[in-house]
Design a protein around this ligand. Structure first.
Ligand code: SAM
Length: 263
């Protein structure tokens, strides 16, 4: 694994140990373990109710066999997808997140949680998923190239007629790019200071923000054979970070000739 990705994985292992629900939905008043789990999981259900309306309106995915929740954390959205798909996979880079997801979602037999430390999704074959859903994830990757690699692989593993929904910031203002707390966390952590001291005593945490301009995302998806149905400005716009949620499909291949088509 390349060193930047290994550091990124270590950051999310730390966050998954320190305060997993806050690392997922970082409301200041919920910090230090103050998320009520019912409220936390209810927020996922509400989000997937909105997704179900979008699926209806867009007419995708054509089938409902397999869904992927990429960057699943503790399964807030994976479990909410469970009533809509035969099998739901939550994939995450952080072992503590995956361990907690398995524990908290044992009552959802059609949800499976998988650890993936690769810079792509080679563990899945082409055209495997009817839905790929990823929010609040790609924005935390260390580089634009890392975001691009996953976006291209999403297009590969999306089934023809499927639906990919992914959120990516398109622009981050300079002052938000400095990320002093994260930098200081990285320096002190590499000097051997433990994550609990850094987080609880010094108020530092290793979350980063990376953007990818909309025209780059469009070019990546189009070159990969996908079709963008919509690109919507999402709620992060109110924080001065411009962000888009992309709704994407992949054309169904040419229909196989039926006997009546044969000449
Ligand atoms: C802010 S949380 C969002 C979790 C989930 N999408 C939700 O909204 O409930 C970001 C998650 O992405 C995961 N993550 C970060 N980089 C990843 C990568 N390269 N592959 C898979 N998961 C990743 C983190 O470990 C973390 O669980």
């Amino acid at each position: 694994m390349n060193p930047a990705l290994r550091r990124h994985q270590r950051d999310w292992e730390d966050l998954g140990d320190l305060d997993p629900c806050w690392a997922i939905l970082a409301y200041p008043e919920r910090r230090f373990g103050r998320w009520d789990l019912d409220d936390f999981f209810r927020s996922g259900e509400q989000e997937i109710v909105r997704l179900a309306m979008d699926m209806q309106r867009l007419g995708h995915p054509a089938r409902r066999a397999r869904a992927l929740d990429f960057g699943c954390g503790v399964g807030r959205l994976t479990r909410a997808l469970a009533p809509h798909f035969r099998h739901c996979y939550g994939v995450d880079v952080s072992a503590p997140m995956i361990a907690t997801a398995r524990k908290l979602n044992a009552a959802f037999p059609n949800c499976e949680f998988v650890l993936n430390g690769q810079p792509d999704l080679r563990m899945f074959p082409d055209g495997h998923f009817d839905l790929i859903y990823s929010v609040l994830v790609l924005q935390h990757l260390p580089t634009r190239a890392a975001i691009a690699a996953y976006v291209v692989d999403f297009a590969r593993i999306l089934a023809p007629g499927g639906l990919l929904v992914c959120q990516i910031p398109s622009h981050i203002p300079l002052r938000r790019r400095l990320q002093l707390r994260r930098r200081l966390y990285g320096i002190l952590r590499s000097l051997g200071i433990g994550p609990h001291v850094l987080y609880q005593r010094l108020g530092l945490f290793p979350m980063r923000m990376t953007s990818l301009p909309e025209q780059d995302v469009r070019a990546l998806l189009t070159d990969a054979g996908a079709r963008i149905l919509e690109a919507r400005a999402d709620a992060m716009a109110s924080t001065a970070i411009e962000s888009r949620t992309y709704y994407v499909t992949k054309p169904e291949g040419p229909a196989r000739p039926t006997p009546s088509d044969a000449v």
